[in-house]
Design a protein around this ligand. Structure first.
Ligand code: 5AD
Length: 332
């Protein structure tokens, strides 16, 4: 209860906090699974993610590719390479391409001209493929230009709903500005994805309750919820990782609050344990993302430590399809 005395905690936050920290969470897992089944059926969307640049101007303390990390070998894929990778993913059966990067002006400067070209070229190759962008905070006009170029969705996690903690972890921004971006994205008609990390140093279950209520307030269409994983080259090296259990509980709660949302099982959860990642599909999740980033870049997109396998776009997708079929779900 200690944490409850230090800050203002609303009735709703207390309710969620109590549920999140309760002994028996199984009724909520079951409820989340029922809602997922009712709203989304048994289909699981597999999305291809291309990490096209690890250049980043921001200094998020938890992130292994933040601008202060001198040891990182920085790369940018050329537009040709991005398109080639996207084509391979589409040919392997992916219906959504996620383009993710650090905050890299080379792509998003000048009204997002360079990135917009890539979005258009993917849409020219297959107009029915959805393009999701995840490239950080941008001015309204840039978000608008990218939307006009054909981008369908935008992912920008709010990271933590605790404004003070947000500012400690992000010397380069404020929660207020983050939320401005999310509201712009929503207003422009993107399917809007937010999300957060569980177990950040300085966060607790009250923070998670606030995070969940913020997802609801934003009326997100998607929410990525993953555990914090300490990166050994950052100043948070040695800090405790987020827990798989709290992450699954948060995903289940997100399903209750946002019945129709697309909720991925996150890669970070898989880093803690591949088994936990599979289990998250019975806690309300209905999406999985797979890296299709070419091998020569993949290891340098090192936001948190992960055990990376060689990329074989077709085979990797088939393996996920098989895993989903084994747990009784329908890969899409
Ligand atoms: N552990 C877990 N997640 C991280 N992210 C960045 N660094 C870490 C880390 N050390 C997440 C952030 C970001 C997303 C792309 O990756 O939530 O939005």
């Amino acid at each position: 209860m200690d944490c409850m005395t230090k800050r203002e905690v609303t009735e709703k936050e207390r309710e969620i906090w109590e549920a999140l920290t309760g002994d028996d969470f199984s009724p909520i897992y079951e409820e989340a699974d029922r809602i997922r089944q009712r709203e989304k059926g048994d289909e699981v969307f597999i999305r291809a993610i291309i990490e096209f640049s690890n250049c980043c101007r921001r200094r998020c303390r938890y992130c292994g590719i933040n601008a202060d990390q001198r040891q990182v070998r920085r790369y940018r894929m050329s537009s040709g390479e991005i398109l080639e990778t996207a084509k391979q993913a589409i040919d392997a059966g992916y219906r959504t391409i996620v383009l993710q990067s650090g905050e890299d002006e080379r792509f998003t400067g000048n009204g997002g001209e360079e990135l917009a070209k890539t979005v258009r070229s993917i849409k020219e190759y297959d107009e029915d493929v959805a393009v999701t962008l995840s490239c950080g905070e941008l001015p309204y006009d840039t978000y608008r230009n990218l939307r006009e170029a054909g981008a369908d969705r935008y992912l920008l996690r709010h990271e933590t709903a605790d404004a003070e903690l947000y500012e400690k972890l992000h010397p380069c921004g404020t929660l207020e500005e983050r939320l401005r971006c999310l509201r712009d994205i929503k207003a422009l008609g993107y399917e809007t994805g937010s999300g957060f990390m569980t177990g950040l140093p300085g966060a607790d279950a009250v923070t998670t309750a606030k995070d969940l209520l913020l997802l609801k307030e934003l009326e997100c269409d998607m929410a990525g919820i993953g555990p914090f994983i300490a990166h050994p080259d950052t100043e948070l090296a040695g800090a405790e990782n987020g827990s798989a259990e709290m992450t699954k509980r948060a995903v289940a709660f997100a399903r209750l609050l946002l019945p129709e949302a697309n909720l991925p099982v996150t890669t970070a959860l898989g880093v803690l344990s591949p088994r936990e990642r599979e289990k998250a599909f019975s806690c309300g999740a209905n999406v999985i993302m797979k890296k299709v980033t070419p091998d020569r870049y993949k290891k340098d997109y090192d936001i948190y430590p992960a055990d990376l396998q060689r990329t074989d776009i077709k085979r990797d997708r088939r393996k996920i399809e098989e895993m989903l079929e084994e747990i009784g779900r329908i890969p899409v």
